[in-house]
Design a protein around this ligand. Structure first.
Ligand SMILES: *[C@@H]1O[C@H](CO)[C@@H](O)[C@H](O)[C@H]1NC(C)=O
Ligand SMILES: *[C@@H]1O[C@H](CO)[C@@H](O)[C@H](O)[C@H]1NC(C)=O
Ligand SMILES: *[C@@H]1O[C@H](CO)[C@@H](O)[C@H](O)[C@H]1NC(C)=O
Length: 504
């Protein structure tokens, strides 16, 4: 296990493919509970998203990685390609930014965080004021279903549960701006872009809606509201009309049972919960159910000390400690290792993310077709830029489905980017008789996670040798993966076949 983990660390420290080596601020994934699973599982709220196992760095620096505190500029490898390749389309999935906890720890004071936006409060962003005023004109945009009545900015001076914070807004203004810089020389979206060229979708939560808007504003400052439609994805899996999949639910239930068994077998963890519960004067069961890690993380991300209590009856009490926090983290890391070993989660993830991947692949195929030499450009342009504003319970299965199982757990404001590239036309037959007739360029895909090129770590391009002629991953590898190869793990060739296969 440990060597696999070392390999993982190595994987994300080394940039592959064309690109100079830059260790980006190294961090480890972190588990947060978020958003539900997009599938009906009753009241079950068991953890499904653990994290890779490593000895280093410490749980505390790992946690800061998860916080993604926007106090520095990041390196981003989006938009990099060999010379003369043309960027045809970009599809981005983001996780919402920093948010207030979804759970609170009974008997403790909630973390004191102000969710109103104020450019004079840190962390801030040069675009924050303009963003706030632009959001004030949002009624000129088009909003699907109930999105129109959701708040477009966080606004409570005492944050509500799950509310996006100013940190979260700043993270996505930065993300958007980063991609704006990365793509501005590629003429991806012309200044007179059409509604067809920009697709923005979000779940119905205000934190994803607001994150999507901040990202979009950073990417496309002062965008024309009248051309924008905010689309609603009711499921956190972004599965639109293809959400029915009995086998997916079965794998998730089995995965949750695995996770539960591992947890209850962990005597150190149980003792830790008992200690914490004693400090707070709570039944252990109640503390465990309150999911304290989510709230402790929020304290950490905002530089607040962990909560303290004084238990009146006994005169005892005290504070929750970093050591207790570290034990919960350690168990999450163990769980991540076990999760990969058992493989149920990966099966769940493939079925969960197929509808999204299928849409992504279909868009790329359409854009690729329309760029064929000799074709008339379509009126209204092509679908060149897509933003899907999502949750950790969307992005974690996406990473797993792509085979990026060693990737870090999605931090706040994490991003996955799919780029479609076309190579320059090649001279046909080299120096032979038909010299002068150009062969149309070929299509390639790049996949990036938090700015790092992970294309050659995906299942579909792992075996591609970028030094053997084609420096990028051919699009057709991705297409055949999505169209059938990803189902081979179920001995099936289609989504339907895999979803409705009888158990046993
Ligand atoms: C950003 O904040 C983190 C966490 O407080 C800290 O470890 C890091 O050094 C800071 N980076 C900069 C460039 O200030
Ligand atoms: C996959 O994409 C194709 C092409 O857009 C579409 O016709 C099909 O319905 C999609 N399948 C599912 C299960 O989403
Ligand atoms: C696929 O087939 C193999 C060999 O027949 C079998 O061992 C495996 O359990 C099957 N997998 C599934 C998911 O049905």
């Amino acid at each position: 296990m440990v060597s696999a983990v070392a390999a993982h660390l190595f994987l994300f420290l080394v940039s592959v493919n064309l690109i100079p080596i830059t260790p980006i601020v190294e961090e480890q994934p972190f588990q947060a509970e978020d958003g539900g699973h997009g599938v009906a599982l009753g009241k079950s709220r068991k953890r499904v998203f653990p994290v890779p196992h490593t000895q280093e760095p410490s749980p505390i620096s790992e946690a800061y990685g998860y916080c993604n505190i926007p106090n520095h500029t990041e390196q981003a490898w989006e938009g990099h390609s060999p010379a003369d390749y043309k960027l045809l389309s970009v599809q981005v999935m983001i996780r919402h930014g920093d948010r207030y906890p979804l759970y609170y720890i009974p008997k403790t004071k909630r973390p004191a965080i102000d969710c109103t936006l104020s450019p004079s409060r840190q962390p801030s962003h040069p675009m924050l004021n303009a963003f706030i005023s632009h959001m004030g004109q949002g009624s000129r945009g088009h909003w699907e279903s109930s999105l129109g009545s959701a708040p477009r900015l966080p606004k409570h001076s005492v944050c509500e549960m799950g509310e996006l914070t100013q940190t979260g807004v700043v993270q996505h203004l930065q993300n958007g701006q980063l991609l704006h810089q990365a793509y501005k020389h590629h003429n991806l979206l012309p200044s007179n872009w059409t509604p067809r060229q920009l697709w923005v979708e979000t779940t119905g939560k205000s934190r994803t809606l607001q994150s999507g808007l901040a990202f979009l504003y950073g990417f496309l400052p002062d965008f024309d509201w009248t051309k924008l439609t905010m689309r609603h994805q009711w499921s956190t899996l972004f599965c639109s009309s293809a959400c029915d999949c009995p086998a997916r639910n079965r794998y998730l239930e089995e995965e949750q049972r695995r996770q539960y068994r591992l947890r209850v077998a962990d005597t150190e963890l149980e003792r830790n919960y008992a200690d914490m519960a004693r400090t707070l004067g709570l039944p252990t069961r109640q503390l465990r159910a309150a999911n304290p890690i989510d709230s402790l993380l929020c304290h950490l991300c905002h530089g607040l000390s962990f909560p303290c209590v004084r238990v009146a009856e006994s005169g005892s009490g005290g504070c929750l400690t970093m050591a207790q926090f570290a034990v919960i983290r350690r168990q999450q890391l163990d769980d991540e290792v076990d999760r990969r070993r058992v493989g149920l989660y990966r099966k769940y993830a493939i079925l969960a993310m197929y509808p999204y991947l299928n849409r992504t692949a279909a868009k790329m195929e359409r854009v690729a077709k329309s760029s064929e030499a000799g074709r008339q450009p379509r009126a209204g342009g092509e679908e060149v830029f897509t933003v899907s504003s999502a949750h950790d319970v969307t992005m974690a299965p996406l990473l797993s489905a792509l085979g990026l199982e060693e990737a870090r757990f999605p931090r706040f404001a994490a991003r996955v980017v799919f780029e479609l590239w076309k190579s320059p036309p090649a001279m046909q037959g080299q120096l032979k008789k038909k010299a002068g007739k150009a062969k149309d360029g070929e299509m390639f895909i790049r996949v990036l996670y938090n700015g790092e090129d992970v294309t050659f770590h995906t299942t579909f391009c792992r075996s591609h040798n970028p030094h053997a002629g084609q420096p990028l991953c051919p699009l057709k590898k991705f297409l055949s993966f999505v169209k059938r190869d990803m189902f081979s793990i179920f001995n099936a060739t289609t989504y339907q076949g895999a979803c409705y296969r009888r158990p046993g």
